[in-house]
Design a protein around this ligand. Structure first.
Ligand SMILES: [Zn+2]
Length: 293
């Protein structure tokens, strides 16, 4: 009976989309290439650039600024040669470098200056408030009594004046304190960028921890337990999927990680998946040079 169950699970798995997405997964290979970028360009350039995407036979790389972009462009031949040493990298006949991070949905279009101009114009319109005579007097008295250094005092006074004017402008435009830290944020926001990103990271970690113990959970269950939104759930699954696959490659706890991976993929509780089920279903995972590093 165990064999019957195993066969049907195997058959079903072989016919399913999941198998395709797991074994012929370009995304995973690109992910491994992203992680190996440092081995290709060295630590210094890897800190200033990252593999953004693959468009057919062209690899798209984002670079933090122009000097590094220039350095990478001059190394293009070498980079292609090193890519060709690997199974996945062989397909690339060109590497394109772009400065800055991509705009949504336009991975291969360089950023224009108009976005920066629009932002500057927004600032010019927002920060219009000036300090009153009284406020300037107050600031002078305060710095006189608190900053003994004559050379530093004018500079600090100037910075405080600017920051006070910014604050007045923001309050006038309806800005209010961030829920977590009190920094002023625009009326339509509840959190500042830093606090939002901190909360998102925390939620992602919490969701991933939950899924590590119970990889089979569907979105509705996870939402009830952690209150995460769908994109966080998907990201947590992706993080774990890559982690299990990497552990399997590195031959760490292979039977357990195969069960976890299968449970995550088919939403079946771990206790209903035997080591043999997992071993038989996940017989062959793609191998690349990167994975053996
Ligand atoms: Zn905040």
């Amino acid at each position: 009976m165990a064999d019957d169950t195993m066969n049907s699970l195997s058959d079903w798995f072989n016919a399913s989309q999941i198998k395709r997405s797991l074994f012929q997964n370009e995304e995973f290979r690109l992910y491994q290439l992203k992680k190996s970028w440092e081995m290709i360009v060295g630590p210094v350039l890897a800190r200033e650039s990252y593999v953004a995407s693959a468009k057919g036979t062209t690899l798209i790389v984002r670079v933090t600024n122009a000097p590094f972009l220039h350095a990478l462009t001059t190394m293009k031949g070498d980079i292609l040669k090193r890519l060709k040493e690997t199974e996945y990298g062989k397909r690339f006949t060109d590497v394109r470098f772009y400065a800055g991070s991509p705009k949504k949905k336009s991975d291969d279009v360089p950023l224009s200056l108009s976005a920066i101009d629009t932002q500057l114009e927004k600032y010019r319109r927002l920060y219009t408030e000036k300090l009153t005579e009284e406020e300037i007097d107050y600031l002078s008295c305060w710095t006189e009594s608190h900053i003994p250094d004559d050379r530093l005092r004018p500079l600090i006074q100037k910075l405080m004046k600017i920051s006070w004017e910014y604050r007045k402008s923001e309050l006038k435009a309806g800005w209010h304190p961030c829920e977590d830290c009190g920094t002023l944020v625009p009326p339509e926001e509840t959190l500042c960028d830093m606090c939002r990103s901190r909360r998102e990271k925390k939620k992602l970690a919490e969701t991933a921890r939950l899924l590590l113990d119970a990889p089979h959970l569907q979105y509705a269950d996870v939402k009830n337990l952690t209150g995460c939104d769908y994109s966080v759930y998907e990201r947590a699954r992706e993080v774990l999927m890559n982690r299990f696959r990497e552990d399997i490659f590195r031959k760490a706890d292979v039977p357990l990680n195969k069960r976890r991976l299968l449970s995550l993929l088919i939403h079946k509780p771990m206790k209903e998946i035997t080591f043999r089920d997992a071993a038989d279903v996940l017989t062959k995972l793609p191998q690349t040079k990167f994975s053996q590093e």
